[in-house]
Design a protein around this ligand. Structure first.
Ligand SMILES: [Zn+2]
Length: 385
């Protein structure tokens, strides 16, 4: 399978690459950004999300801590409250940022945590101890769920755990097991999900609206339509099936170098995001959108703020602008408000921030301007109108 650097980028999937990038940066800084890619089968949405593992930075944790305790801020039942010296004595190790996946057959115990049977049945020293599930083990990383609409339909108890996890930033997890005290954990985990809204059981916002609202951003993936892109994809796939040792060796080195560059860019962005602030006029602008259009979801405007700053950083801009907020609107609002309200918001912001008609392709009443290809392509890629 192709590696991340080799994945073809085209206007229909660019928004997902950007969301993935922003979410990694934010998660690295301890602030989850939950993202959801919707689209037809074969658009490559799950491939992009899974392959992002190739570019994840490393994190430092207390040696061997399955909960990924940050040495600066230990939170797990074994290490919270330890002194600096005690942590130094335990040792610190570097591991790849976690990327774990919840499958459809997962049980509550696998996802949250269960009693450690091995410890309990240890003949010499039986002990009731918690075995952390996927969520606590994904602390400071990513939790991926494919076909989240199906999971929401068939596993309401896991959906409830996700609602709790994604209800605040950082998230919260409560693990209850008979015979053990209830454990409360703070967890920094970004949930990445994918789904096909055109297949059973339908779009997530219709199955479990609350869970849909927990996603900061949703993008709709289109299929590649350009002949150039399709031809390049064919070429890449052709070579992956061909035996050519020298070329493969060069390829591996090129790809690894590119992955390293992506990771370094993520670390640079994370450094900037850590210190970033948002000017008052941008914050006021977001507040005005909320009031004027009766947007209801506070999560939505929080996502606008977080998203706009992250977007300005990954695009190497010195300062976040109103344009960056506008750019985030389709991703943040499409799953939260109806199409008419969205068009109204888009019309209202259209032309604000010094650029004209940036949402012209969303509102089909206005013709797109050919001299602004970047904006219009982007909007085509996120819109499902
Ligand atoms: Zn720990």
């Amino acid at each position: 399978m192709l590696q991340y650097a080799k994945l073809e980028r085209y206007e229909g999937n660019e928004a997902l690459f950007e969301m993935v990038n922003m979410s990694i940066v934010s998660t690295y800084d301890g602030e989850p950004l939950h993202i959801h890619a919707e689209g037809l089968r074969g658009t490559g949405k799950t491939t992009i999300m899974r392959k992002a593992q190739d570019i994840l930075p490393t994190i430092k944790r207390i040696k061997g801590c399955i909960y990924n305790c940050d040495p600066e801020e230990p939170h797990c039942p074994h290490h919270r409250g330890l002194s600096k010296q005690e942590i130094v004595d335990l040792g610190i190790e570097e591991i790849p940022m976690p990327f774990l996946e919840i499958s459809h057959s997962a049980k509550v115990g696998t996802v949250a945590g269960s009693i450690d049977l091995e410890k309990l049945t240890d003949g010499r020293n039986p002990e009731a101890r918690l075995l952390p599930g996927l969520i606590p083990q994904a602390h400071r990383g990513i939790l991926f769920i494919d076909e989240i609409n199906r999971l929401a339909d068939t596993a309401p108890e896991i959906t409830d755990i996700l609602l709790d996890l994604m209800g605040s930033k950082p998230g919260h997890l409560q693990i209850e097991e008979a015979g053990l005290p209830v454990v409360h954990l703070k967890v920094i985990v970004s949930v990445w999900a994918a789904s096909n809204p055109d297949e059973d059981p339908g779009p997530l916002e219709e199955i479990r609206r609350q869970l849909s609202d927990r996603f900061d951003m949703v993008c709709y993936m289109g299929r590649p339509t350009s002949m150039d892109v399709l031809s390049k994809m064919l070429k890449e796939n052709f070579h992956t099936n061909k035996i050519d040792a020298d070329r493969d060796q060069n390829n591996v080195m090129d790809v690894e170098k590119q992955h390293q560059e992506y990771t370094e860019a993520i670390l640079r962005s994370a450094e900037l995001y850590n210190q970033a602030d948002i000017p008052d006029f941008v914050r006021n602008y977001i507040a005005r959108l909320y009031v004027k259009h009766n947007l209801e979801s506070i999560r939505a405007i929080e996502a606008m703020q977080q998203g706009a700053v992250l977007y300005s950083i990954i695009k190497d801009r010195d300062q976040v602008s109103i344009n960056d907020v506008n750019r985030m609107l389709p991703l943040i609002l499409k799953h939260r408000i109806n199409a008419e309200t969205l068009i109204r918001v888009i019309n209202d912001v259209d032309g604000k921030g010094g650029k004209e008609n940036i949402f012209s392709t969303v509102n089909k009443k206005i013709t797109s301007k050919p001299d602004q290809p970047e904006e219009t392509d982007y909007l085509k890629s996120v819109g499902r109108f």
